[in-house]
Design a protein around this ligand. Structure first.
Ligand SMILES: *Cc1c(COP(=O)(O)O)cnc(C)c1O
Length: 399
């Protein structure tokens, strides 16, 4: 089918949930996306921080094929070696000791919220259930995780929303302290708000957050769904600051395109999930576990974190040069490994469209922030081509 045909047919078949880009993608290879008409685009978004190793990575295609011949799915009624291999590899990247596998980011966060509450009742015997989150955050689209999300647009007309969630203003230590009560179970944060516009938590605020959690004996949950899996140059973004969250969630880059989410926690907190307390039919099936284990193998073998750090450093320098050339158009550059926000001084839809016309796929978030989450294997040449295109666009497209 050609793009226009797909577009027309979709309106007759799918819920109109998505504000789509004006493109259909028929094929994707490495860092390139190809339309049904054969036009090629450079992918600076990687399926929203998912296809970190690039599209159709040969070793991922190989493991999908070989594992599919062996075992795809039998449900969590059975023990499966593939879950152990993945859990060992994933836990070895972190200070945490137990894993739970599910199917998406929202489901991982939903599970983390359930775990925090049940741990407090079941293990600590305390009536703590409130979850504190930050304004501007994004934690998912299920009822609990959209309630946790600190953006009203996500919640419109979905009420009544579940109880026990409090959102406090981003980066305000006093507001956080005031929100903590005898019923607080956990604080859940992203180290760098992704959908919120690539906004890092200030270092001093993180220290207050850690201190308050310790002082009040409440759990720190870090949502690493977008920032994890090497995106910022360390395996997990919280490792830049030496934090040791009690629970963390992962998804997006973990399966390089196949759906998987994970909750990691301490051995003690895992006691909050006794047999029968939580579950999923598909979560952690043999196929996805084999794929995710291979993703971690490749990341480690190819030193992707080091690559991301070096590439991010170079990109940051180039974008700062662009900023000094276009101070009237660019408000701020935020680069954390290959998680990049270019905040414009005015709404960026025309700039985004002009870049798309030149063959570059990226995201515009919060109206003004060009967000780049390229595959971690992106080349310097591809990024340089993007910078030159952006330079031209900023010079020619009126604000
Ligand atoms: C994408 C994202 C989610 C939700 O993940 P889904 O797989 O879309 O449910 C949650 N938190 C963060 C930080 C994300 O970036």
């Amino acid at each position: 089918m050609q793009t226009q045909e797909i577009k027309a047919a979709e309106a007759q078949t799918l819920c109109p949930t998505y504000g789509r880009y004006p493109l259909a993608i028929a094929k994707a290879q490495g860092t390139k996306l190809i339309t049904p008409e054969g036009q090629t685009y450079i992918d600076l978004l990687a399926g929203i921080a998912v296809c970190n190793l690039g599209h159709s990575h040969p070793e991922i295609v190989e493991v999908i094929t070989s594992q599919a011949h062996k075992l795809i799915h039998v449900s969590n009624l059975f023990y499966q070696e593939e879950q152990i291999h993945l859990a060992r590899k994933l836990l070895s990247t972190s200070h945490l000791q137990r894993a739970f596998f599910c199917n998406s980011g929202a489901e991982a966060n939903e599970g983390a919220i359930k775990l925090a509450r049940r741990y407090m009742r079941e293990v600590r015997n305390e009536d703590r259930f409130e979850i504190i989150t930050l304004s501007g955050s994004f934690h998912g689209r299920t009822l609990a995780t959209l309630t946790a999300t600190g953006q009203d647009k996500i919640k419109t007309h979905f009420g009544p929303l579940p109880e026990g969630f409090i959102t406090v203003p981003f980066g305000d230590p006093a507001a956080l302290e005031n929100a903590i009560t005898a019923h607080t179970a956990a604080v859940m944060v992203e180290m760098i708000q992704g959908e919120g516009g690539v906004i890092p938590l200030p270092k001093a605020y993180v220290q207050t957050l850690v201190d308050l959690c310790a002082q009040h004996k409440i759990l720190l949950i870090i949502d690493e769904i977008q920032t994890g899996m090497g995106r910022t140059g360390k395996f997990w973004a919280h490792q830049h600051l030496g934090l040791t969250p009690d629970i963390m969630t992962s998804a997006k880059g973990l399966g390089n395109g196949l759906p998987i989410g994970a909750i990691l926690c301490t051995e003690n907190i895992a006691k909050g999930f006794p047999p029968g307390s939580h579950g999923t039919t598909f979560g952690g099936n043999a196929l996805i576990c084999a794929v995710a284990a291979k993703v971690i193998d490749i990341m480690e073998r190819d030193n992707l974190c080091q690559r991301v750090t070096a590439m991010g450093k170079w990109l940051h320098q180039r974008l700062l040069e662009l900023h000094s050339k276009h101070p009237q158009r660019i408000a701020e550059i935020r680069v954390h490994g290959l998680m990049v926000g270019i905040e414009l001084t005015s709404p960026g839809a025309t700039i985004w469209q002009a870049l798309l016309n030149q063959g570059f796929i990226l995201n515009l978030t919060q109206d003004k922030v060009l967000r780049l989450l390229p595959p971690l294997i992106i080349t310097q040449e591809e990024l340089e081509n993007f910078i030159q295109a952006l330079d031209k666009v900023l010079s020619s497209v009126p604000a």
